[in-house]
Design a protein around this ligand. Structure first.
Ligand code: PLP
Length: 444
C-alpha cells in the first residue's frame, strides 16, 4: 500500500537526504525531526512569510510554542495555505495573543477538581488521568494551551502510582480515561505497565484512551502497540479528527489496525472557525469516520481557553450543523454537540428543539424535514412508585447485577424516593437572609 507520496518524499529528503520510506513510517523519526522553527517550516514547505509576519509569528511562538510533525506538515496545501485546515490547526497565528475578558487559563477547572496528581475527578464514576505531558505535535486550538511546552515529560512511576492509588481507593470509579498530553507518547512498555496496573483494580470496568496520534502521527500505531493493547481489553479509544482532509491513507491504515484489534473507536471533534464550521465539511467528515469504523462521539464547542478566541464560533453554528445531520444521515454518524461548562460543570449537550408543544395526553413534535406531528400519550399509565425498596417492586431485577441507584442532581428532583423539591444556588441573598433569621431565632 502506498502511503508515501511525492510531497512526503520531497519533505523527507529535505530533512535527511538519506531518508527512505522506512524512515517516514518510523514515528520516532518524526519525533526527532519535529518542526519548531519558522525557518524550517519555510524550508520544507516552500512557503515564505514577510519579515513583519515573521516577527509576529515569533512573538506567538514565545508564548505558545510551535511543533508540527513532518507527516502533518506534508498535508498542508502550500498553494492556498492561509485557508488550509491543516495549516490553521498547526501553524501559529498572531490572533493567539489576543486575550479576551472571558478567556481563562483553565476554563474547565481541571486543576481545581484534582484530588490526586494527574487526576481530574469530575463525574461520579469516571476520572481523567493525565498520564503524559507530551503530544506528538501542538494543536493551535489545544484546550490545555496553558500547559503546552511547559513540562515536556512523562510522569514517572511514583507520580502515576499516586493516581492509581486514588483510583484504587475510590470504588465508584468504573471508567478511567487516559489523556494528557497524548498517552501514545508513552513507550509500549510503560503503557503496558500502566494498563496492567489499572486493569488489576477490581472496580475498573473500562479504560479509554484519548489520542490525536492517528491524525498527526499515524505511524505511532504500530503492530506492536496494537498487540499490546489487545491484551488489556476492554480498551476504548477516542481520536480527534476535525477535517475530512485528515483522513489520509496513513490515517486509515492506523484506524483499521485499531479496529481490527477489536478496539471500539470514537471521535471527538472541536468546532473551529475557518476549519470545520460548515455543515457540508462536517457531513463529509462523519461519513469518512464511519467508513473507517470510527463513531462520531462528541462535537465540542471551542473552550474559553486563552489564545483560542479566533477559533470560536457562535453556538448557533453548532446547532446548525447538528440540524443538518439528524435525520439527514445515519443516526450513528451524528455526534453529540456539547459545551464543556466553564468553571468545571462538565459537558452539557446542546440540540435543536424537536419538542414543539405538549398537553396532558399529547406531544407535538417536528422532524428534520419540518413535518409537524403528534404523539398520543397513554390515557392511563400506572407509574410504579419507587421508594428504592427493590424487594417489594413488581419489576424483575437481579440485584447483584444492577448498580445501586442513587438519584443526584436534576434526577433527584424527579425521583419518588428523594424528598428534594428544589436545588438551591449557593449564593442567594434570600437564602442568606433565611439563615440569619434562623441564627437570630436560635440566639433568642
Ligand atoms: C469529558 C470528561 C470525562 C468523560 O466524559 P464522558 O461524557 O463520559 O465522555 C470525564 N472526566 C472529565 C474531567 C472530562 O472532561
Amino acid at each position: 500500500m502506498v502511503v508515501y507520496n511525492r510531497v512526503q518524499q520531497h519533505i523527507a529528503e529535505k530533512i535527511d537526504s538519506e531518508a527512505v520510506l522506512k524512515n517516514w513510517e518510523d514515528w520516532k523519526w518524526h519525533q526527532k525531526h519535529i518542526i519548531n522553527q519558522i525557518q524550517d517550516f519555510e524550508h520544507l514547505t516552500g512557503i515564505r512569510f514577510s519579515e513583519s509576519e515573521r516577527i509576529q509569528i515569533n512573538k506567538t511562538i514565545q508564548r505558545f510554542p510551535l511543533a508540527i510533525t513532518p507527516y502533518y506538515l506534508s498535508l498542508i496545501n502550500t498553494e492556498e495555505f492561509r485557508n488550509d485546515p491543516v495549516f490553521r490547526q498547526s501553524f501559529p497565528s498572531e490572533s493567539e495573543l489576543i486575550m479576551q475578558s472571558c478567556d481563562m487559563r483553565d476554563p474547565l477547572a481541571e486543576e481545581q477538581d484534582s484530588p490526586a496528581p494527574q487526576i481530574t475527578h469530575r463525574y461520579p464514576d469516571r476520572v481523567l488521568f493525565h498520564v503524559s505531558n507530551i503530544c506528538a505535535m501542538y494543536c493551535r486550538h489545544c484546550t490545555r494551551k496553558r500547559k503546552v511546552g511547559d513540562v515536556e515529560s512523562i510522569p514517572d512511576k511514583i507520580t502515576l502510582k499516586q493516581g492509581i492509588q486514588y483510583i484504587k481507593e475510590n470504588s465508584q470509579i468504573r471508567d478511567v480515561l487516559l489523556s494528557g498530553g497524548d498517552p501514545f507518547m508513552l513507550s509500549d512498555e510503560y503503557l503496558d505497565w500502566l494498563l496492567g496496573e489499572i486493569q488489576m483494580i477490581p472496580h475498573v470496568e473500562v479504560v479509554r484512551i484519548g489520542t490525536r496520534v492517528p491524525v498527526v502521527l499515524p505511524y505511532r500505531i504500530t503492530d506492536d502497540l496494537v498487540s499490546m493493547l489487545k491484551t488489556h481489553h476492554p480498551v476504548w479509544i477516542n481520536t480527534h479528527f476535525n477535517h475530512p482532509r485528515e483522513l489520509t491513507q496513513s490515517a486509515k491504515i492506523a484506524l483499521s489496525k485499531l479496529a481490527d484489534a477489536g478496539i471500539p473507536l470514537g471521535n471527538q471533534s472541536v468546532l473551529l472557525a475557518g476549519v470545520n464550521d460548515c455543515p457540508r465539511i462536517m457531513k463529509r467528515l462523519v461519513h469518512l469516520l464511519v467508513q473507517n469504523r470510527v463513531r462520531p462521539y462528541y462535537l465540542y464547542q471551542c473552550d474559553l481557553s486563552e489564545g483560542l478566541s479566533h477559533f470560536r464560533t457562535p453556538v448557533g453554528k453548532g446547532i446548525e450543523i447538528i440540524e443538518s445531520l439528524i435525520g439527514h444521515t445515519s443516526g450513528f454518524a451524528v455526534p453529540t454537540y456539547v459545551i464543556d461548562s466553564p468553571g468545571g460543570g462538565g459537558k452539557i449537550p446542546i440540540m435543536p428543539n424537536y419538542l414543539i408543544s405538549w398537553s396532558t395526553n399529547k406531544v407535538v413534535l417536528r422532524n428534520y424535514e419540518g413535518l409537524i406531528t403528534t404523539y398520543k400519550e397513554p390515557d392511563s399509565y400506572e407509574p410504579i412508585f419507587c421508594d428504592r425498596n427493590c424487594d417489594d417492586c413488581t419489576l424483575q431485577l437481579n440485584l447483584n447485577e444492577a448498580d445501586e441507584y442513587q438519584a443526584t442532581g436534576i434526577a433527584s428532583l424527579l425521583a419518588d424516593a428523594d424528598k428534594t423539591i428544589s436545588l438551591v444556588p449557593k449564593q442567594s441573598e434570600r437564602i442568606e437572609r433565611r439563615e440569619e433569621q434562623e441564627e437570630d431565632g436560635n440566639a433568642a
